[in-house]
Design a binder for this molecule. Structure first.
Ligand SMILES: [Fe+2]
Ligand SMILES: [Fe+2]
Length: 287
């Protein structure tokens, strides 16, 4: 049991994100581009099921912590992490309802529970589900960091959608270490963390690709040359290509000394939240 550094998360605020999705949003809300729009839409499709899996993995492992008061802060932060992820699920459920009205089909929501059920049937230990959450939480934090470091990546999206993705990013940044800290406090092994990370990256790439292609198919833009040009620019542009921006941050996870807050700061997320107080309402603060 590692008790030297237990909880590195700041006090997590539970926020209600203020957005009206009743009237929907444009079909190509991101830069008027099919590719970027359907890529982000694919990620949104994954969140209700994916973030529920993160919540479940944390809930399943929390009782393994000793009753010791040294873990009280970590336990309280875990509750707030669960509340933040639950809020994300609810907002993305409303977002995804608009996508369904636009004719898109959410396949990702079925892939996640099916895969989890298979692993559970094989008797995979709850700590390995937590390690998988640690892996996905690193990926969401990497995406958040990139969106804050390169605002140009979202600047041509509609204002409401910019706000939605930046709000979610700010909270992913804020709670980036909860799953990791819980895993470390429970004595989680480096080897298992890495195995689960490699598996998670594999499924993330396959499922992001498959759902994005399916979205583009239903959007009737899959076979347009402009869509594929947008893909190449988005992924491989020399200065703002996601592939180049993500790779070094993704590789940092392999370090034995990795911690989600290493070389990171709360400043970008806090700056966005402070500059956009009209977009959210605090409904619970800190412990
Ligand atoms: Fe989230
Ligand atoms: Fe998260």
């Amino acid at each position: 049991m590692n008790t030297s550094t237990i909880d590195h998360s700041p006090d997590l605020t539970i926020r209600k994100f203020l957005i009206d999705l009743e009237n929907g949003f444009p079909r190509h809300w991101h830069s008027n581009h099919a590719f970027e729009t359907q890529l982000y839409n694919a990620l949104s499709f994954s969140f209700p099921a994916g973030e529920q899996a993160f919540i479940d993995s944390v809930r399943d492992c929390l009782p393994m912590l000793p009753a010791d008061s040294r873990y009280d802060t970590l336990r309280a932060t875990a509750k707030n992490f669960i509340a933040q992820e639950a809020t994300h699920r609810r907002v993305h459920e409303r977002y995804n309802a608009v996508l369904a009205e636009q004719g898109l089909v959410n396949h990702w929501q079925d892939w996640i529970p099916k895969r989890l059920a298979k692993f559970k049937a094989k008797g995979v230990h709850p700590m390995n589900f937590l390690a998988t959450t640690v892996a996905y939480e690193h990926m969401t934090a990497v995406l958040a960091d990139i969106l804050f470091a390169h605002p140009v990546l979202l600047d041509k999206a509609t204002p409401d959608m910019q706000a939605l993705w930046r709000w979610h990013s700010s909270e992913e940044s804020e709670h980036r270490s909860l799953a990791f800290d819980l895993y470390a406090a429970l004595g989680g092994k480096y080897r298992n963390r890495i195995i689960c990370y490699v598996i998670a990256i594999f499924w993330f790439v396959v499922e992001t690709g498959a759902q994005t292609i399916n979205n583009l198919w239903h959007d009737k833009t899959l076979l347009k040359p402009s869509t594929w040009w947008q893909f190449l620019i988005h992924e491989f542009h020399p200065t703002k290509g996601m592939f180049w921006l993500m790779t070094p941050l993704m590789l940092s996870f392999f370090s034995r000394n990795f911690h989600p807050w290493k070389n990171q700061s709360q400043t970008p997320a806090k700056a966005w939240l402070n500059a956009n107080t009209g977009r959210w309402q605090a409904v619970g603060i800190g412990q």
